[in-house]
Design a binder for this molecule. Structure first.
Ligand SMILES: [Zn+2]
Length: 317
């Protein structure tokens, strides 16, 4: 039987839903195909800069990525990422620029993934998260880790090649585990990180270390951060988290001890909450829930059994 039996509605996890985009990786090395796709009138292009894109509201109340045909896009030869094609054969590219383009229509606005991820369709959110992840990697991996030479972009943004030693470098993804821990009384263990404001509680999380399975990482991180031992571990879902390059692997885990001993370095405070405790703490304004695109809020909701209060619904303590 699952540790979590309480499904909190059908709301999908942000950035996890199928985007409907075929990444079409076989085209990335085909310069002739890429040139033809770029100049096709149906092709759509958007600019990514510092993790931000332009988004705009439509008359029917949706929010979209601002995309243009390629001939209207600001020219850049090197930082052009091919992101894939949709069912209608439309190709999508992102351009990495030092700044977002100015807009004549004033409703368009810059947005990062934490805001846009809540507003965009799965297609647009999927395109954006792909572009932001590539941009973060490109910005931080300009030199060859084997010989130190400056590398050049290849494969439509998905490889960096070293002209000196011939090494090929691929975008890196750092696995991290994030887990909702429950005890025998079905209370949830939530912690407050040292740099979080008073009252902000969420699930525990941490990076997977070299030579470690993700299940081992769950057990180790919970013990390191809160001193609680773990038995059963169950995978729930994953979420791309390019801040700058993580993949969050979400778990529920069953504690085999209940005494808390926080490390004081990453976690300042941790507490066991029953659902009633948490509801009362929300109502009193003593606890602020994680809110937004993070899988943390969904893991807590799966246990809590209903959506967490939004920021405006929490009284000031
Ligand atoms: Zn090299």
């Amino acid at each position: 039987m699952s540790i979590i039996s309480n499904a909190a509605g059908d709301r999908p996890i942000s950035l996890t839903a199928p985007s409907g985009i075929d990444r079409a990786a076989h085209h990335r090395l085909d310069e002739a195909w890429l040139a033809a796709a770029w100049s096709h009138p149906k092709t759509r292009v958007f600019v990514v800069s510092g993790g931000q894109v332009l988004i705009d509201d439509t008359p029917d109340g949706r929010t979209e990525l601002v995309m243009t045909p390629a001939f209207e896009a600001p020219v850049t030869e090197t930082h052009r990422y091919f992101l894939g094609t949709d069912e209608e054969g439309v190709s999508y590219f992102a351009l990495q620029k030092d700044a977002l383009p100015g807009r004549m229509d004033q409703s368009a606005r810059p947005a990062g993934l934490r805001e846009a991820g809540l507003l965009l369709s799965p297609r647009d959110a999927g395109l954006m998260v792909h572009a932001v992840a590539l941009e973060n990697w490109q910005r931080m991996h300009r030199f060859c880790s084997r010989c130190g030479e400056r590398t050049v972009i290849a494969a439509a943004g998905h490889v960096r090649r070293c002209p000196a030693c011939g090494a090929e470098h691929y975008p890196r993804t750092d696995p991290a585990v994030i887990m909702l821990v429950t005890d025998e009384e079905d209370r949830a263990l939530l912690g407050r990180q040292v740099h979080w404001p008073e009252g902000r509680f969420s699930t525990l999380a941490g990076f997977v270390e070299p030579g470690e399975s993700i299940e081992q990482a769950v057990v180790r991180e919970v013990f390191e951060e809160a001193g609680v031992t773990i038995g059963e571990v169950e995978y729930v879902a994953s979420q791309p988290w390019p801040f700058p390059s993580s993949l969050m692997l979400g778990f529920v885990a069953r504690a085999t001890s209940s005494e808390i001993d926080v490390d004081g370095e990453e976690i300042h405070e941790a507490r066991w909450f029953s659902r009633e405790d948490l509801a009362a703490a929300f109502a009193a304004g003593e606890v602020l829930p994680p809110y937004g695109i993070s899988i943390a809020s969904r893991l807590i909701e799966l246990w809590y059994g209903k959506p967490l209060p939004k920021p405006g619904e929490i009284p000031a303590a």
